[in-house]
Design a protein. Structure first.
Length: 228
């Protein structure tokens, strides 16, 4: 793998969550502008993060918070700086108050995002994980009928979820690696259009190119392209 792509893979979770520092973020954006594969990876991670963030309750600033920020900004200056500050006191105080309130609003609004990021890192650290991934399961015509969620770590795993459009019955999950190997995983029982199954993969998640849903005769019913 290209060293730049390998570095981006390490940064992808923080870039997707919007918590990468300025230097890393600038480098990542430059790389993503020229690398469709890495760009698709970050887009998938960002989509997962957006879905998870929507599950968390919003956080409102505590009562009186804005007032306390303004009072702090308006606190008297020291003697050494009072004369220098007087000329700019009115416009600067107003600007600082507005900026402080805006920053505070962002701090509270993004509170759940920070908690999510911390939880993300903590979860990955449990099993030397590198990242989570997600990709749609689609019928041959492109209609999405579910998702494949993946985890790259000391033990990699996939979870397939079907929620609509697949007839009831028992199906087999087949993993296809980048070098063309076809590996069976587990059977998936679909009832009422819904079903889910998951398990540890016999190879690293990085090595997977597709996850296929096969009917009892071995015919491919739907698949998830992990290379997008």
């Amino acid at each position: 793998m290209n060293p730049d792509c390998e570095h981006l893979r390490e940064l992808a979770p923080e870039v997707a969550l919007g918590i990468a520092d300025g230097e890393d973020r600038a480098w990542a954006l430059q790389h993503l502008s020229d690398c469709p594969e890495c760009r698709a990876r970050v887009e998938r991670l960002a989509a997962v993060a957006d879905e998870l963030t929507m599950l968390a309750p919003s956080i409102e600033p505590p009562a009186g918070f804005e007032g306390r920020v303004v009072d702090t900004v308006r606190a008297p200056a020291t003697a050494a700086t009072r004369s220098r500050r007087r000329r700019w006191a009115l416009p600067v105080a107003g600007a600082l108050a507005a900026a402080a309130c805006a920053a505070a609003a962002v701090w509270f609004a993004l509170g759940n995002d920070r908690e999510l990021a911390d939880s993300y890192r903590g979860t990955l650290a449990v099993a030397d994980g590198q990242y989570f991934d997600a990709a749609p399961i689609e019928l041959p015509g492109g209609r999405p009928v579910g998702y494949v969620y993946g985890y790259q770590g000391r033990t990699s795993w996939v979870l397939a979820v079907v929620y609509d459009g697949v007839p009831g019955g028992r199906y087999r999950l087949q993993l296809v690696t980048h070098d063309g190997r076809k590996l069976p995983l587990r059977s998936l029982e679909v009832s009422g259009g819904r079903g889910s199954i998951g398990g540890a993969t016999p190879v690293d998640y990085d090595e997977l190119a597709e996850v296929r849903l096969l009917d009892p005769s071995g015919r491919e019913v739907a698949d998830s392209d992990l290379r997008d």
